[in-house]
Design a protein around this ligand. Structure first.
Ligand code: FMN
Length: 159
């Protein structure tokens, strides 16, 4: 089984940490698409798509890249890191991949640290983001990595 992990991690490398753990566990190749616009997925039968969440969305660059891929009958999984760490953010990408014929095998999310003051001046959002930022400190942590390990084992069992 050949697997590939395509991810976008630009802020603090939080998503990259998760991508690297997956890569180690399932022996997959990793591509950070920060500086890449196309990927050849022909040889892979499991593809992970991951990204940080920026302004309520996984990276538009990941969507643009997925758009170009022939995903018919490809097994995929989706992961994200975000301040709040919820799987909700993965839904849009999963739907999109499925609309292109991919078979979704799982969704993973965990918190990724951020510093609110680095990206908002808005007072109300400032308070909310400050709290979320404090709660996200140190993530992904060892517990997140353990959960990620369990997740990827489950994905493998589904193949
Ligand atoms: C510009 C910007 C916008 C963000 N917007 C959100 C958001 O809407 N919701 C959220 O939960 N986290 C948000 N975050 C926090 C990131 O999702 C979190 O730090 C993530 O782990 C970043 O991943 P990366 O280090 O792999 O790039 C934002 C971070 C940045 C820098």
């Amino acid at each position: 089984m050949k697997s590939l992990i395509i991810y976008y991690s630009n802020y603090k490398g939080n998503t990259e940490k998760i991508a690297q753990l997956f890569g180690k566990e399932i022996n997959s190749e990793l591509i950070n698409i920060k500086d890449v616009n196309n990927v050849d997925i022909k040889d892979y039968n499991l593809i992970g798509f991951g990204s940080g969440v920026y302004k309520e969305s996984m990276s538009p660059k990941l969507f643009r890249l997925a758009e170009k891929l022939d995903l018919r009958d490809k097994n995929v999984f989706v992961f994200s890191t975000s301040g709040v760490g919820i799987k909700f953010y993965n839904k849009k990408l999963i739907k999109f991949l499925e609309s292109k014929g991919a078979i979704n095998k799982g969704s993973f999310a965990c918190k990724g640290s951020f510093v609110a003051q680095e990206f908002t001046n808005n007072k109300l959002f400032g308070i909310i983001f400050t709290i979320i930022g404090i709660l996200s400190r140190g993530h992904p942590n060892d517990k997140d990595l353990k959960k990620a390990k369990k997740f990827i084992e489950k994905v493998l069992n589904l193949l």
